[in-house]
Design a protein around this ligand. Structure first.
Ligand code: TPP
Ligand code: MG
Length: 560
């Protein structure tokens, strides 16, 4: 034992370790299972703020969004069994979104382990499939080592969530141990020979296309990539809910390759001869159910660049797989000079098709939600952040909003409902000067609506739009298609959302016509409080392109 070291309890060692790794905000719900950590937080309160949430689902979404926004691991603390189970949703989101996250969970003391003691769960089995690594810190002396390991793992290669269980005895115990320095981010660099092959493949292409997506990006890489795409006259799309990786105003931007894809863009991807995929996993949502690329051997020549070596060849056998971190890859790519004369015309056409596709369509009712999204597009500051959950309401934003820069979008690629408001709260706490919106559905919002309390408690004046159609519209849409007219399990009786917001000390309004929106938004913005605007839309307006009644009619005709 070194004699120059101070004796600390496990909770303080852990708090110091977090500060040492640069953690300034952590999210969670307390539990008696980790009292020494709360005590440690008391000592480091000037460096690290512990944001207390109202439900672990909200807390885990906040940690996930924080990780996504900052590129540093989002940190979550939850208590044993009940906290660990409630908190799972944000961990799954982080896993599918490749978001760095470090989760700490209380655990029974080593003396009771495997007895099914109070709230005991084997986290290795429970969390194994949705984390990069799960471990339990059994000895107080090893807390700095495990925490360092966790941060390195969350950040390396393909980023993702890791989980450390904290047996109570290891937290209460005392030790004199040294801290470990700040973690380093370990990412691979592309081999020069592979960059040579990439250049030859792209230059020989007639119908090239680029798709960006996934995690592990940073602003400088996105900006450099935009410059390269424009200089190369290439057209690019973004994978599902990664629309902010390329400024949507760039002449290179051809749209989002996700749910409800522009049919012309889908055709363009299918017909491409060489596709350069940077960072995207090519999951089910990005490939339109594995149909844009044939699995396992695509018809297109595929250059697949990914930060996780294990991702390459997982579904698709690429012509050229490249394991690289985004920054390293873009740095090398910037040296690749291409003559875009062959495909410049196609790139212009792709852009025109995007511009045409994003024009708003007519929709039933007095409140035109598409026009609302267009208004936001024209009036929000360029760096405003839009957080969203899952539901058909998000389709209008995907289609009509132009994301103008890195991390102006926070969404869940696992299509998880309820992440909009908590993600917005985390974003506002991390970037207080930016305008932050949550765009939610009536079903979506109430999954985590209680986090308005967190917004109020920590002074996070986010603006939430609740798009109210009185139902779980997405499911109703699928239901009408499969079982027309047989409404089952999809209707909602809603509260007064504006009054709900006011009950938390926030600002609340209802908007029923298109004209009412802009002044209501300005009042919400001026209120300086967490604000909520309920948008009452016509329930028939089910997507940007069609109505519920049209879907039912088509389904009935099909079944006849
Ligand atoms: C946590 C979670 N539970 C359930 C679902 C399945 N689901 C997807 S969309 C949806 C309905 C969303 O309803 P709402 O928020 O009102 O949006 P709308 O589709 O009506 O616009 C449901 C239940 C999901 N994606 N995530
Ligand atoms: Mg709804």
């Amino acid at each position: 034992m070194r004699h120059d070291l101070k004796v600390r309890h496990g909770g303080r060692i852990l708090a110091d370790a977090l500060v040492g790794h640069g953690v300034q905000l952590a999210f969670g719900v307390p539990g008696e299972s980790y009292l020494p950590v709360l005590d440690g937080f008391y000592d480091v309160r000037d460096q690290l703020k512990f944001v207390i949430c109202r439900q672990e689902g909200g807390a885990s979404y906040m940690a996930e969004a924080y990780g996504k926004l900052t590129g540093q691991p989002g940190v979550l603390f939850v208590t044993r069994g009940p906290g660990a189970t409630n908190g799972a949703v944000g961990v799954h989101t982080a896993f599918q979104d490749s978001t760095p996250m470090v989760v700490f969970v209380g655990q029974v003391g080593n003396e009771f382990v495997e007895r099914e003691a109070f709230q005991e769960i084997d986290y290795r089995r429970m969390y194994g499939p949705m984390t990069k690594w799960v471990a339990q810190i059994d000895r107080v002396e090893r807390i700095p080592e495990y925490v360092s390991h966790a941060f390195h793992t969350a950040m390396a290669g393909r980023p993702g969530p890791v989980l450390l269980a904290l047996p109570e005895d290891a937290l209460f115990a005392q030790a004199a141990v040294a801290d470990v320095p700040h973690y380093q981010t370990v990412r691979a660099a592309p081999a020069p020979a592979d960059m040579g092959k990439l250049k030859a493949m792209l230059q020989a292409a007639e119908r090239p296309f680029v798709i960006l997506g996934g995690g592990g990006w940073d602003r400088a890489s996105c900006d450099a990539l935009r410059a390269w795409l424009e200089a190369s006259q290439l057209a690019a799309g973004t994978s599902f809910r990664c629309q902010d990786l390329l400024d949507n105003r760039s002449v290179a931007f051809a749209g989002d390759v996700g749910i409800g894809i522009n049919p012309k863009l889908a055709q363009r991807v299918r017909e491409a001869d060489v596709v350069l995929v940077i960072g995207a996993r090519l999951g089910e949502m990005t490939t339109s159910g594995y149909s844009l690329f044939e699995a396992p051997v695509p018809a297109q020549k595929l250059i697949h660049v990914h930060g996780g070596a294990e991702e390459l060849g997982r579904v698709y056998s690429a012509t050229l797989p490249i394991n690289a971190g985004m920054a390293r890859f873009v740095e090398a790519l910037s040296q690749v000079k291409l003559d875009g004369a062959t495909w410049a015309g196609r790139t212009r056409q792709a852009r025109d098709e995007y511009l045409a596709w994003t024009q708003v369509q007519p929709m039933p009712g007095k409140l035109h939600y598409g026009e609302v999204v267009k208004w936001l597009d024209a009036n929000l500051p360029e760096d405003a952040i839009i957080a969203g959950g899952a539901g058909n309401f998000s389709g209008w934003v995907h289609r009509h909003f132009r994301y103008k820069g890195f991390r102006t979008q926070l969404g869940s690629t696992n299509g998880s409902m309820g992440c909009g408001l908590p993600a917005a709260v985390a974003a506002k706490l991390a970037a207080p000067r930016r305008t932050v919106l949550a765009i939610t559905g009536d079903g979506d919002f109430l999954m985590t609506g209680q986090e308005l309390a967190t917004a109020a408690q920590y002074g996070a004046p986010v603006i939430t739009l609740v798009v109210n159609n009185g139902m779980y519209g997405t499911i109703r849409m699928h239901q009408e298609r499969e079982y027309p007219g047989r409404i089952s399990g999809t209707e909602l009786q809603n509260p007064d959302f504006a009054a709900f917001a006011r009950a938390f000390g926030g600002h609340g309004e209802v908007v029923e016509t298109t004209d009412q929106f802009a002044p209501a938004f300005e009042r919400a913005r001026a209120s300086g409080k967490p604000a909520l605007i309920e948008l009452r839309i016509d329930p028939d307006a089910i997507t940007t392109a069609t109505t519920l009644s049209a879907i039912r009619k088509q389904a009935l005709e099909r079944k006849r």
